[in-house]
Design a protein around this ligand. Structure first.
Ligand SMILES: [Zn+2]
Length: 227
């Protein structure tokens, strides 16, 4: 069931903001989650925080932001997720980002804040990699240690990983390498771009489109035609 915000939540904005900030300080700040600097983002966060783990109607959140932050009814709460907040969105994505604790999928047209105790899982993983020194790894060996001797893509323990390019267009410098097991590297060929966590962030060839069903191909063609 979707929740709606009302005038009582507008009245409680300042006190709730202070409460959220306290929890951020205690649980999230040290993990790299960013405190929202704009009033709009603060209003989004506070609006969702009244109903932790429950979906909040997008329109009602827009209304709330308008009331609290003065007219800018921007409901792009997904930006909060990039800042590390555990925001749930309806639609496709990783299970942790669109599934409620009950196991139900997020209803259309809703946002939720899953927790004020934990950051978004993807954010946490990327942040850890950065924090544990991906950026600071001096050479290939250090990089492999950082990935704990595992393939960045599938997680298999691998003694002699391949030097996988994150972006095959770019040179094989440490900042563009991830350890990949041989099967994963062969599979990837030059067709994909990886993020530092070994997930695919973009495709570089028509390979996956060729394998897609006709309806998906048509949808993509339509989308491309509009670009
Ligand atoms: Zn692998």
């Amino acid at each position: 069931m979707m929740r709606n915000l009302d005038q009582s939540h507008v009245d409680q904005f300042e006190s709730q903001l202070a409460r959220v900030k306290q929890l951020w300080d205690k649980n999230l700040s040290s993990l790299g989650v960013k405190w929202p600097s704009s009033k709009v983002k603060q209003a989004q966060l506070v609006g969702l925080s009244f109903f932790i783990g429950e979906p909040v109607n997008k329109d009602s959140l827009g209304w709330y932001v308008g009331q609290v932050a003065g007219g800018a009814a921007d409901t792009q709460a997904r930006h909060l997720r990039s800042d590390g907040w555990a925001i749930l969105l309806s639609g496709r994505g990783e299970p942790h980002s669109n599934t409620l604790a009950s196991g139900e999928r997020m209803p259309r047209g809703s946002y939720a804040l899953a927790s004020l105790a934990q950051p978004d899982a993807t954010f946490l993983r990327n942040e850890r990699l950065t924090r544990e020194g991906r950026a600071g790894a001096k050479d290939w060996h250090e990089l492999c240690v950082l990935y704990k001797g595992k393939c960045a893509h599938c997680g298999a323990t691998t003694k002699n990983p391949d030097k996988g390019h994150m972006d095959p267009n770019k040179p094989a410098t440490v900042d563009n390498l991830i350890p990949l097991c041989v099967p994963c590297n062969n599979w990837a060929a030059n067709d994909v771009i990886f993020g530092p966590d070994g997930r695919i962030v973009a495709v570089r060839s028509e390979r996956f489109l060729k394998a897609a069903d006709k309806a998906a191909q048509q949808r993509i063609a339509d989308w491309l035609a509009k670009q």
